[in-house]
Structures are given as structure tokens and as C-alpha cells.
Design a protein around this ligand. Sequence first.
Ligand SMILES: Nc1nc2c(ncn2[C@@H]2O[C@H](COP(=O)(O)OP(=O)(O)O)[C@@H](O)[C@H]2O)c(=O)[nH]1
Ligand SMILES: [Mg+2]
Length: 311
Amino acid sequence: MDKRLIEGVRTNDHRTLSRVISRIEFDETLNDDFFIDLHENSTQSIRLGITGPPGSGKSTLTDQLIQQFIEHGKSVGVVAIDPTSPFTGGALLGDRVRMNRYTWEEKVFIRSMGTHGDLGGLARKAQDVGDVLAASGKEIIIFETVGVGQGEHDVAKAVDLTIVVLVPESGDEIQMMKAGLIEIADLFIINKADRDGANRLAQLLQNILHTATRGDKPEPPVFTTIANDGTGITELFAGIHDQMEKMKLNGFLNNKRLERHRNRVLGLVQEKLLGDFWTSEKREALEKKTNSIDSIKASPHEISESLLKHE
Ligand SMILES: Nc1nc2c(ncn2[C@@H]2O[C@H](COP(=O)(O)OP(=O)(O)O)[C@@H](O)[C@H]2O)c(=O)[nH]1
Ligand SMILES: [Mg+2]
């Protein structure tokens, strides 16, 4: 079964890609061998994350970037990740409709993926999906995520370059960024520059970035765009390329990739150990030891010790 899947991925069969990504999305096991076999073909892609508030224009920008990459002879894989909620179905469908003028092309593969309430696993899933798309020959892989919390940080762990999209009214987000978003951003876009305040916000942001950028990370540039009419897109496209080059030249990109690699190993080991530990017997034992309110008299430290000691 896995051999057929591997063959399908390698030959860029989009139906196989879809099937494999569903399995990753819904935590259905794929053998380690599956990823080991694909690995040598999956290290060459460039991975971009596009994050920002809902409605800021991420999908419209993604659509424009797809077009740019295609015009430059590149193949592109896009994964739109939305927090799962019964109410986001319409938005997801909107994404598909808005971007579907490319879906028929072999060079572009677009997919939506839910998080299923499991944000913790998102970084791993995004890495695995990225590997699969890379192994199918996609040179550029774009992850679109809604910047509402932990999700964008998880996806930032899975990409080479994180793009944060803001709109002219995003003053509050800038406050939020001081508290952490700034660390994950490699490039900023102020979209909807057809509205007042885009240049003022870009200037403010540039000032903040100038003083807040630390370590060997190249200072993130700020671009203004009007995504739905294409204004500023060629400049943005060139800017993404330039920023990648800067990150390559000073070693930042390799450090980032290496750290990602190491963290993946750590994560996989953790997942394996936990998976092996929590057998059905162990879960039963936990239930038994915590089956009534009286059980809170026992220290959690004592209970966990006894579970670990196979008692
Ligand atoms: N006025 C204006 N509207 C835009 C611009 N970019 C996107 N939009 C519109 O904003 C809405 C949300 O865009 P979308 O790409 O779905 O945002 P997302 O939720 O961040 O993916 C759509 O109706 C777009 O047509 C822009 O630069 N200016
Ligand atoms: Mg969208």
C-alpha cells in the first residue's frame, strides 16, 4: 500500500497527494519507512508561511504569489490551514473558489487542512505535508495560517520564511507583535494599501523592526500591497527573493533549518515514547487511580511515579 503511495507522490499524482495529506491531517499512521523513502527528494523545497488576521488578504496574496512563481517557472504547493470550527466551512470553500483557477495545472497543488483542535501537532503535520509536497516536485511550498494565536508560531517552526500580513487598521496587532510575533516574522506586508494609513503604519513598523531585530536575523523588510489589483506584487516577489538570499548568505537560513531538523527529531522521539507508554492497560490504570474525588488525596507525583514504575 505504502509503495503505491510513494510512487504516486513521486510521480506528482495529485489524487495521491490529496490522500496522503488527508492521512497526515487525520493522524492516520503512515509508516516511518514512507517518510524515510521520500526524504531524499524532500529537502530542496523553499517553504513560506503567510500569516495574519482573518480577512487581511492572505489568500488573495497567495493567489498573486502563485502566479508570480508560475511565471518564473516554479511549481507551487499551497496548504491553507484554518482553525477547525463548524463555522469556517464557508471561508474554506471561499479560499478554494478564489484560488481554483490554478488547481487544474500540474504545477500547482492547493489544499485546505484543518487543525482538528490539535494545535500541538500542527508543526509536525505542516513539516510532513511539506515533505510530501516537496517529494512530488513542488519547489515552493506556501502555508497560509490565520494569525490568531499559537497556530502561526507552530507553522513558523515548519517554514524557511514567515510573512506576516497586516492591514492599515492593524495598530493593535503591532502591540501584540512586540510581545512575540516580531520574533517569528521575516517579512511584513501591509495589504489593503488602498485604504488610509498604510504608509504611516509601514513607517512605524520599520522603526520598530530597526530597533527590535536581534541576533543574526536580517531585518524584516515591509512591503505595501493592494492584493486584489496586483499593486506592489512584483516588488513583494523580488523582496521575498532578496530576503531569502540575505538569510542564506549570513547562515541564518541554515541555522533555522538545522534547528528545525533537530526539533523534529526531538518531537518524534517524544511522540513515540508517549505513544508506547500509553497502552490501553496504562490508560485503565490511570482511570482506576483517578476514579473518584477521593483520589485527589494522592499526590499526582505519586500516581505518575507508580504508573511509570508499571505498578
Ligand atoms: N480593498 C481591498 N480589498 C482586498 C485587498 N486584498 C484582498 N482584499 C479583499 O479582502 C477580502 C478578504 O481577502 P482574503 O484573501 O480572503 O483574506 P484572508 O482571510 O486573509 O485569506 C476579499 O474580499 C478580498 O477580495 C486589498 O488590497 N484591498
Ligand atoms: Mg484565506
